[in-house]
Write a protein that binds this ligand. Structure first.
Ligand code: NAD
Length: 447
């Protein structure tokens, strides 16, 4: 049995346990063993993190953009220098296979921190309008202040980066609250970045959503919330924060349709759907999981056969092995939830509507393009969709008509820094970017 290491919060530049010393177990989903302990933070820790972030704000927000960019590039180097360790921690903590964490997540996030550094200048650009010979108007962009980032368990390093990098680039100080089921990579980042960022600029408090998460959401010292997680939690957060109005961005769940037309390259569609969209990709535990596979009737049987053949070659096993193409479901609780849907699927239609968040998909035949759009849009969610077709006009029409924020044509799950990743309907609103972390104020001068 491996040694169980205890990780700490980062508050005001100090690594510290939760007030009162409470901890939670972090379980390796591949073995079921407790492999780390994390702080079970309290309302006092939340208040301390807010005080530390507020104290650091005047200095960080007053730094010239070029100086902030320099610091963020050093964060990117810290990611690059510790890439192997970070990937292994993420895989051990939440079961994402090592080929995803080592080849996609950590390198991708190194790039994202560099991108955020490059965009620091955009955060201080305003606009000016000549109103007459003696009158002009202009704007100035400012950071919101203290930004709270709330993270889900399915891809902590990526979500941490998208929230922290852009908020910091815009001159905000941040508090990150990772999910209790997969916290360790975020706490390790706290250790690694402690000497890279000025004290209090980045604070990390771990613990339960309904305890420390709720205390943070209600705190009037928080100026903006960016949350990625379930629609249900987003509604709880919205209700809890009504006494202290603050802007919020929500990146939430989905029930993405993957639509295959008879004119598609069927090899590419079968491979893409099976390995990039639903089954192997994070064992279906992705907000964009293409869990509704819509297939045009003439190719329905053939597509099912092709996908079944590919699925038979999926290699399940140790997520730390590069040979493994599908890792575990990330907790016992989640495993039971996912498998319960297999029974539900036989009896009723909920599997076509509810987010299962596991390697489970439904296949639905359709006849016409209009019918495909109608089925695809018949969902409370509106996050993403896949379209497989060789008809360029059809791909344009599908992009226009599908009520989702992100559409992939003849590919899947390519989430590119620089393109907004934003849901519709119950999939949320707002997205993480540098400008989204600023407010723009106006002034008119006459003389
Ligand atoms: P969750 O909603 O249960 O938890 C998300 C975070 O909210 C956790 O850090 C949790 O501790 C915190 N939280 C819970 N209750 C809270 C409260 N009362 N106050 C403040 N914080 C609270 O989600 P999850 O199970 O961790 O993640 C899975 C969900 O996330 C799925 O629905 C998935 O689709 C979604 N997701 C969306 C995206 C996206 O970008 N759209 C990306 C990844 C995951």
């Amino acid at each position: 049995m491996t040694e169980v290491r205890e990780y700490l919060n980062l508050i005001g530049g100090e690594l510290r346990p939760a007030t009162g010393g409470g901890t939670l177990d972090s379980v390796n989903p591949a073995t079921g063993e407790v492999w780390a302990k994390i702080p079970r933070s309290t309302a006092q820790d939340a208040a301390d993190a807010v005080a530390a972030a507020r104290k650091a704000l005047p200095r960080w927000s007053a730094l010239p953009a070029a100086a902030r960019a320099h610091v963020l590039r050093n964060v990117a180097y810290a990611f690059a220098q510790n890439a192997k360790e970070l990937a292994e921690i993420e895989t051990t903590d939440n079961g994402r296979i090592i080929s995803e964490t080592a080849k996609r997540d950590v390198p991708g996030m190194t790039y994202l921190w560099h991108m955020a550094a490059a965009e620091c200048g955009a955060a201080v650009e305003g606009k000016s309008v000549i109103l007459g010979p003696k009158s002009m108007g202009f704007t100035r962009r400012e950071p919101y202040g203290v930004v709270l980032g709330i993270i889900p368990w399915n891809s902590p390093i990526s979500t941490f980066s998208a929230k922290a990098a852009y908020a910091l680039a815009a001159g905000n100080t941040v508090i990150m609250k990772p999910a209790e089921q997969a916290t360790v990579s975020t706490l390790r980042l706290g250790e690694l970045l402690r000497d890279v960022l000025p004290p209090g600029t980045l604070n990390i408090v771990s613990g339960l959503g309904e305890e420390v998460g709720d205390a943070l959401v209600r705190d009037r010292g928080i100026n903006k919330i960016t949350m990625t997680g379930s629609t249900e939690t987003a509604k709880i957060i919205t209700r809890a924060s009504t006494d202290a109005l603050k802007p919020m961005d929500f990146e939430l769940g989905g029930k993405a349709p993957n639509i295959v037309f008879a004119d598609a390259d069927l090899d590419a569609a079968a491979e893409g759907i099976t390995t990039m969209s639903i089954f192997t990709a994070n064992a279906g535990q992705a907000c964009v999981a293409g869990s509704r596979i819509l297939i045009q009737r003439p190719i329905y049987d053939e597509m099912i056969e092709r996908m079944t053949a590919i699925a038979k070659n999926i290699k399940m096993g140790d997520p730390l092995s590069l040979e493994t193409t599908m890792g575990p479901i990330s907790s016992r609780e989640q495993y039971e939830r996912v498998t319960s849907y297999l029974e539900i699927g036989v009896k009723e239609l909920r599997v076509c509507q509810e987010e299962i968040f596991g390697p489970v998909a439904v296949a639905i035949p359709f006849d016409t393009e209009e019918e495909a759009v109608a089925i695809a849009n018949d969902s409370t969610y509106g996050l993403a969709a896949g379209v497989w077709t060789t008809d360029l006009g059809r791909s344009q029409r599908m992009f226009r008509d599908l009520q989702v924020g992100y559409v992939w044509v003849n590919t899947y799950r390519k989430i590119v820094p620089g393109l907004p990743f934003e849901g519709m309907k119950d999939s949320g609103y707002g997205h993480d970017s540098v400008l989204a972390n600023t407010r723009e104020r106006s002034c008119v001068i006459e003389h």
